[in-house]
Design a protein around this ligand. Structure first.
Ligand SMILES: *[C@@H]1O[C@H](CO)[C@@H](O)[C@H](O)[C@H]1NC(C)=O
Ligand SMILES: *[C@@H]1O[C@H](CO)[C@@H](O)[C@H](O)[C@H]1NC(C)=O
Ligand SMILES: CC(=O)N[C@H]1CO[C@H](CO)[C@@H](O)[C@@H]1O
Length: 310
């Protein structure tokens, strides 16, 4: 019983986004403030990009990271947990799977990073998950609320730009208004953003999302300043050659949860992922043969993540 809405401890968590916005109109205002900020296009320097089924956490004086961010959310929800006293922050991009565990781990991680700061509360911000025709995002919202409600600390929901508040109707089709957000880790400021560069090994990470285990992966060690990928395995994709022979429309219709409203690069990225799976059907052998993570460190000259050799 520890979810706090608009400053008030809740006995029950909201059943859906409609009832949240109905009982607490303040969330309409804060979502409106987010939506009034113009979208920023963020380059790779100082960026820690979080892909679907990943999370990362850090602290304001991390010299390797300025912005934590994720985009292409459509039916997914981007979750930001931040401790106000220390500024420790975690960001996840969640679909329907692994929510309970991810919520628990993110909350614990932020608390660990906030040790030694007696003042401060834990704030929660949710962005993404437009009103899709299958109600995928409503289900994610509901599961998120329940998972946060179970945490042993009080969690203040300060922003929920999801469901109808993140939806506009054009030509009879519901569209998301915000596809992605960035968090300035120094100030905690959150803003709509897109990220053309998804960071190292994006096809490998995307392959894990497509056919891999449902666990949400922690991709960053802020004490060491290391981006960390794997080790993990994913299933070879049956008929991957057949998939690659299909036209764009087919790929869009069958591999997206929201084919009408995907960003323009969706099919291109999906093809790159399918090709990657074709070339690496058994990553446990060909990619993570030594069963060790792949590490990347921020290069001081270029500001980009480069493979770290030990
Ligand atoms: C989605 O939710 C709305 C409102 O609760 C409902 O009217 C609609 O039938 C649902 N759609 C599906 C596909 O479940
Ligand atoms: C992850 O996989 C789902 C299908 O399970 C797909 O709709 C989504 O676009 C994928 N996301 C990325 C980043 O590859
Ligand atoms: C369809 C719908 O509810 N759209 C809303 C999207 O968000 C803006 C800002 O909160 C609202 O003004 C729209 O009504």
């Amino acid at each position: 019983m520890v979810l706090v809405l608009n400053g008030v401890l809740q006995a029950k968590c909201p059943q859906d986004t409609q009832s949240l916005y109905h009982s607490h109109p303040i969330y309409r205002e804060t979502a409106g403030q987010l939506l009034s900020i113009p979208n920023k296009v963020i380059g790779p320097v100082g960026l820690l990009y979080v892909m679907q089924r990943e999370f990362a956490s850090t602290i304001p004086h991390d010299k390797n990271v300025n912005i934590l961010g994720s985009d292409s959310a459509t039916t997914c929800i981007i979750v930001v947990v931040r401790h106000t006293g220390s500024g420790a922050v975690a960001l996840a991009h969640l679909d329907g799977t692994g929510i309970d565990e991810a919520v628990c781990t993110m909350t614990q991680r932020v608390q660990e990073l906030a040790l030694g700061y007696p003042e401060g509360r834990i704030e929660l911000q949710l962005v993404g998950g437009y009103s899709d025709p299958n109600n995928y995002s409503e289900e994610i919202f509901f599961n998120l609320m329940n998972s946060f409600h179970k945490q042993p600390v009080e969690i203040d929901l300060t922003l929920a730009c999801v469901g109808q508040l993140n939806t506009t109707v054009r030509g009879g089709i519901a569209w998301p208004l915000v596809y992605g957000v960035g968090v300035n880790i120094k100030t905690g400021e959150i803003f709509p953003a897109t990220f053309p560069d998804k960071g190292p090994e994006s096809s490998l990470r995307s392959a894990k999302n497509l056919t891999g285990p449902p666990e949400v992966m922690d991709v960053y060690d802020c004490n060491m300043g290391l981006l960390r990928i794997g080790p993990f395995n994913y299933k070879p994709l049956r008929g991957v050659d057949l998939w690659l022979e299909q036209n764009d429309e087919f790929i869009l219709r069958h591999l997206s949860t929201s084919p009408d409203v995907e960003p323009p690069h969706f099919v291109e990225e999906m093809r790159a992922t399918l090709k990657y799976i074709r070339e690496n059907p058994f990553p446990a052998v060909t990619v993570f043969g030594d069963n060790r993570p792949h590490y990347f460190r921020r290069d001081e000259n270029t500001g980009l993540w480069t493979p770290a050799v030990f």
